[in-house]
Ligand binder design. Sequence first.
Ligand code: URA
Length: 439
Amino acid sequence: MFRAIDVIQKKRDGQELTAEEIDFFVSGFGRGAIPDYQASALAMAVYFRGMSAAETLRLTRSMMLNGAVLDLSELAGPKVDKHSTGGVGDKTSLVAAPLAAACGVFVPMISGRSLGHTGGTLDKLESIPRFRVSLSLGEFRSVLHQCGLSYIGQTPDIAPVDRMLYALRDVTATVESLPLIAASIMSKKLAEGIDGLVLDVKCGDGAFLPRLEDARALAHSMLAIGHGEGKRIAALVTNMDQPLGRAVGNALEVAECIETLKGRGPRDLASLSIELAAWMIYLGALAPSIDAARARAREALKSGAGIEKLRQVIDWQEGDPRVCDDLSLLPKAAETIAVRAPRDGRVKRIACRIIGQASMLLGAGRSTVTSRIDPAVGIVLHKKIGDLVIDQEPLLTLHVNDRQPLQRCLDLLDHAFDIEREAPPVAPLVREVILPDEK
Ligand code: URA
């Protein structure tokens, strides 16, 4: 018979926990037999002592199996999802998933909401009039069947222990632990009943883990878990030193995704979305090579099959599909305010996190889990790193409904752009592609 205190003490002293000890702790915490203070203490011990690959895999499996695991075996095709660790203007789920689905991949996407400076897919989708993300698992399954793609939020029965533990980590300074992050993300993703998973692990100023080494370590940890669970999996470590695309804010981002699926979007968003869709197609074994998969993803964009898939999923989830042809049906802010360049030069650096924070202040994101989102507000960038700028040219346009946070937002944005005579070469968007057997 185990005792929670012994498990905590063992981890505190830097020893490896057994599978049985981890299962005991997860199930005890899940049914309320282990109190919050002991779960918090274990999270802090893991924060300082870390976990081995075997412990992290067991924690993931245990949290996954403590809830519902979808069985989508009735779907006649590969089931592959994509997960991003989050960023600013990071909207590829609304472009890559329709492209992959248009090529025959079933995409069961369980997404999150915005928190802090990063955005969330569910909030973006909810800016489409009447779009419903709170489907039951039965409805989710049915949309997937009909359309090949469905977006929902984490339901109470998927990885419930992760939800409970994350709430504690959030208030006990234990979020930033690689094994806990890896187990948290993967327990939810593996519960989706997928065959494959593409991870977009962000690094750079606007990322959850800014340092490349940390992003790489997180990628390796999640790859090992996915591989250990028998999934086809790949990780792209991608740059978040500036927002992806030009729009930051929910309806603004949906509009940009629609434009991108029509071939008129920003180049960085289009190329990363094609890359992610290509990996989804390749891992789904629908193309013999990544190059062939890339060609299929590009063709889905060019032919309009991707925008057609987005239109279908909006319709299936009760949103207004006419937004795909008429962007004026999306919510619109009351006023726009330009932020102008203080001098001539080139954009040397963009403080990506500050752009995310400013957008959150305007109401596009959440400072706490209970903050209310305004779907219409946000920021549009007119300049990206390396661009030539003329004195007083607009750098940004703010889309504003509430003027109350405006001054704080403008003060923050004072530090958002470095304009110098010379700009550095732009870093590649995809820094690394990592596969499970590499080290
Ligand atoms: N996202 C998650 O789902 N879990 C974490 O722990 C961190 C980011």
